[in-house]
Write a protein of this length. Structure first.
Lengths: 417, 79
């Protein structure tokens, strides 16, 4: 039996929730944005009137203000959005237990086993939209198809508050004329490559020569060709509420540009402490450290390295990150933001191969220091205990990435490509 | 202007877990007994700006919405 997959996208999620709670914002251009004072100033979501001014998710607040001088920017309230996200999930679960979240505002639903109870995909999609509108006062657009990739294209096809059904019969009319960059996993760089080979639409990609794509793009060439042809069969993965964690990371935009190793060192230690503390909270250890660097012209890159041992020790994560920074930064341009991510996670207490050449006693002492930090901070507050280096520049070190962690709507990542 | 007004409510918490509002107490202290709850549904209030459990209450012969949002009760203020 052909699968029935829904992809549900909450339209301008953060902005919609804010407009629900503040009716005076509904008919004026408004956006939800980060803290302007600390330069975390990017647009996270905008309402329909703001869309008319071509305001984009991910752009700086000041850029948006140039396009729309009267724009009202409100600060995000993540705990409220999380509660709404959970309420939406509760609505989904009336129809199926196979729900795979994609960020806070998107999800796939496999309703193949439910159509004999509730009606076909379109009927379920329409009902879900209506229920979300009535019970929560926000809107969703839903795509219905026989695989996840096309269901996602469907939810993007018409918004807000619309259902789009993509079948094997109409896929050539609906999907094939879309630009190839609309396809899941075709980012900016891949699209540029494909354009060079004369592939501009998803139809062009579907009809391209598979051997040629594999030669040019490797295994990803094959994947996206399969996606374009609608032959993607990956299951909707039912999850617990807590999404499966693949990596833990923090990044920050500094209150001023970073120009020296001392600047980088201070921020690196704050970020590494936060990442390590969050690893310990989840009882994870990481084996890979990735760093992210963005300069003041918004050019960015990432670099990663493998660690000798799985670790959750702040100093080891900070050291690896510093090594990556030193190998890759030349300060030809001042830096605006940096980030650290721990991945390749293993469960904290699994057995580790020790080495003759490492001072294991030192590692254990460092782990004990980290635990002491955790306890002091838990009892007395984050800023009660700090490493000495933080005092070199309290403007730079004065943030708590663990406590002020920003959760981005899924659209942010797309805009960032 | 339409809007949201939080109100005091006397509530009967039943043994089966259900919650039944009995009396709304106005800001000036006047009590309005709820004669009957005709519908209970999850709903958003676009008028007041909020979402929660909506109780359709009959008070002195007039039907009015009373919302329970998390742990606070509100009504939609009329125009």
């Amino acid at each position: 039996m052909e699968r029935v997959i829904l992809h549900c996208d909450l339209n301008s999620f953060y902005a919609s929730v804010e407009c629900l709670y503040n009716p005076s914002l509904r008919n004026v251009p408004m956006a939800v944005g980060g803290d302007i004072e600390k330069r975390h100033g990017i647009i996270l979501a905008k309402n329909q009137p703001a869309k008319k001014y071509d305001i984009k998710t991910g752009e700086a607040i000041w850029q948006a203000m140039v396009k729309c001088p009267g724009l009202i920017v409100v600060a995000p309230r993540f705990s409220l959005y999380m509660r709404f996200s959970q309420k939406v999930r509760d609505i989904f679960s009336r129809y199926t237990d196979r729900i795979e979240s994609f960020g806070i505002d998107e999800a796939w639903l496999d309703v193949t086993g439910s159509v004999h109870l509730f009606g076909d995909g379109r009927k379920i999609a329409d009902e879900i939209r209506q229920t979300i509108r009535q019970e929560l006062g926000i809107t969703a657009s839903v795509g219905v198809s026989f695989n996840k990739v096309f269901a996602k294209l469907g939810s993007d096809y018409k918004k807000p508050d619309a259902t789009t059904v993509i079948t094997r019969e109409n896929m050539k009319d609906i999907v094939f004329p879309l630009p190839v960059s609309d396809l899941l996993y075709v980012g900016y760089a891949t699209a540029k490559k494909l354009h060079r080979y004369g592939i501009y639409t998803i139809g062009d990609l579907a009809n391209a020569d598979l051997a040629f794509l594999k030669r040019r793009l490797g295994k990803w060439g094959e994947y996206i060709w399969i996606f374009a042809n609608g032959e993607e069969h990956s299951p909707v993965l039912p999850q617990l509420y807590e999404p499966y964690v693949k990596s833990i990371g923090n990044s920050t935009t500094a209150p001023r540009d970073l120009t020296t190793w001392q600047d980088i060192g201070i921020i690196t230690h704050v970020l590494a402490e936060s990442v390590a503390a969050r690893l310990r909270d989840h009882q994870f250890k990481c084996s890979t450290v990735t760093v992210y660097v963005r300069d003041n012209e918004l050019e960015h890159f990432t670099r990663q390295c493998k660690l000798e041992y799985p670790t959750d020790i702040s100093r080891e994560i900070a050291q690896s990150a510093m090594r990556l920074f030193r190998e890759n930064i030349d300060f030809s341009k001042p830096l605006r933001s940096i980030g650290i991510k721990a991945s390749d996670l293993s469960v904290g207490n699994s057995a580790v191969q020790l080495s003759f050449f490492t001072d294991q006693a030192l590692r254990e002492r460092e782990a004990a220091i980290d635990r002491a930090f955790d306890q002091v901070r838990q009892r007395f507050g984050f800023y009660r205990i700090q490493r000495g280096c933080m005092k070199q520049d309290t403007l730079l070190s004065g943030f708590n990435p663990k406590g002020e962690h920003v959760i981005f709507p899924e659209g942010y990542f797309k805009a960032g490509e | 202007m339409a809007g949201k007004m939080y109100v005091d409510v006397i509530v009967h918490h039943q043994a089966d877990g259900k919650i039944k509002p009995l009396v709304i107490i106005w800001k000036n202290g006047v009590k309005y007994a709820i004669d009957k709850v005709t519908q209970v549904a999850l709903a958003a209030s676009l008028k007041a700006g909020g979402a929660g459990v909506r109780y359709t209450c009959v008070i002195q012969g007039v039907s009015r919405y009373l919302f329970l949002e998390d742990d606070r009760w509100f009504i939609e203020k009329g125009d």
